[in-house]
Design a protein around this ligand. Structure first.
Ligand SMILES: [Zn+2]
Length: 378
């Protein structure tokens, strides 16, 4: 689009990131009674954390900076609850490792560091090395740990399969860090659809080294769209929809794997989320627009999305449901739209997009549009 130079969603990057396919971790609802998917963990004297899990799961990684009297924390959430909570007290600069169950269907592995420990979340990365293996390097702990420790049996990490093999395609994500965990939003008031009948792909644009558009006060498109996308996924799942996210963390995923995930999964809908930008000299330009490639069902979905987004964004201009040639909506085979949820450079839109409660309303609006579409289609 002529006025969206900072939002390269329309460009096809040709460099295929190694592991891009592996980055497509799906977020799939699990039965509440599922057992923990964490079967073993180990932290080596070199400061390497390794996990063995059920194959094909999604692990979410979180980081919280330390404060006065409290060290930084890293935690990993895995599907399924452990039979009981456990704690291991350590020493040195890693104070404690514990495995908890924050709810009935999650295993939370927490690494709590001593106050004053400095960790750079930008350098921390959880890497899926096999369908059931994960690894994270913790250099801050490397020289301080006296011995390896952990619990459960732990076999050596196998050599990852070559990319492109069927096994590689089912590998879990390598995940980065998502810093603001929050409780799952309630979907109360949204329509219910028959559980498991529909599958929707939510595509938060950009990610990792590609922040997308950067606007007022450094507001980054990638942060906005990831936050909204995760909330949409949680809301839709609570209403019976199976959801796949093209990324769940700050990683770079190329455009073809995003499309491949949607097409290979037989999804019913594809919704790509973006935020617009013009220039910091043009704060007067604000507005919401939703793109579709083909008329018919995609147009219908685009109109619903546009209408619902505008309904929670009082005063911002309606730029319309309009045709667009973005790669992700051009190449997906199911009804698909790309929503630009406001301008990160706009004086009206940017403060809203920076506001967590407003992003929650955007997520509710998107979920409402998607559920309405699915209801009408059935
Ligand atoms: Zn974008």
């Amino acid at each position: 689009m002529r006025i969206r130079p900072a939002c390269p969603a329309a460009q096809l990057r040709v460099s295929l990131l190694a592991g891009a396919v592996a980055a497509l971790g799906g977020l799939v609802a699990l039965p509440a009674s599922a057992a923990s998917s964490l079967s073993a963990w180990r932290l080596s004297r070199e400061g390497v954390l390794e996990l063995r899990t059920s194959p094909g799961i999604t692990v979410q990684a979180f980081f919280e900076a330390g404060s006065a009297g409290r060290g930084p924390r890293i935690w990993l959430d895995l599907p399924g609850a452990p039979s009981r909570a456990r704690q291991v007290w350590l020493g040195y600069n890693l104070r404690e490792v514990r495995i908890g169950k924050p709810d009935g269907f999650t295993t939370r592995l927490v690494l709590e560091f001593m106050p004053g420990t400095v960790l750079n979340p930008g350098q921390l990365k959880l890497v899926g090395t096999a369908p059931d293996r994960w690894r994270m390097d913790l250099p801050a702990t490397a020289t301080r740990l006296g011995a390896a420790f952990g619990e459960g049996e732990f076999a050596p990490t196998p050599v990852p399969p070559p990319l492109g093999s069927p096994l590689a395609r089912s590998r879990p994500a390598f995940a980065g860090w998502w810093r603001r965990p929050r409780p799952a939003p309630s979907g109360e008031g949204l329509p219910l659809v028959p559980r498991g009948r529909y599958r929707v792909v939510i595509d938060p644009g950009h990610g990792g080294p590609d922040p997308g558009a950067v606007g007022i006060e450094g507001l980054r498109e990638t942060d906005v769209v990831l936050d909204v996308a995760i909330a949409v996924a949680q809301l839709l799942q609570s209403r019976g929809v199976q959801v796949l996210l093209t990324r769940t963390t700050e990683v770079d995923v190329d455009l073809p794997p995003r499309v491949a995930l949607a097409n290979d999964s037989g999804a019913d809908l594809f919704v790509s989320l973006h935020a617009n930008a013009l220039s910091l000299d043009r704060p007067d330009v604000n507005g919401i627009e939703t793109f579709f490639y083909e008329g018919g069902r995609s147009l219908k979905l685009a109109r619903l999305v546009q209408e619902k987004l505008l309904a929670v964004s009082a005063g911002t201009p309606d730029r319309g449901a309009r045709p667009g040639r973005f790669y992700v909506i051009r190449r997906t085979v199911m009804p698909s739209v790309l929503a630009e949820m406001g301008f990160v450079t706009g004086e009206l839109d940017a403060p809203r997009l920076a506001d967590a409660s407003f992003r929650k309303r955007l997520a509710e609006a998107l979920s409402s549009a998607i559920l309405s579409y699915l209801q009408q289609a059935s």
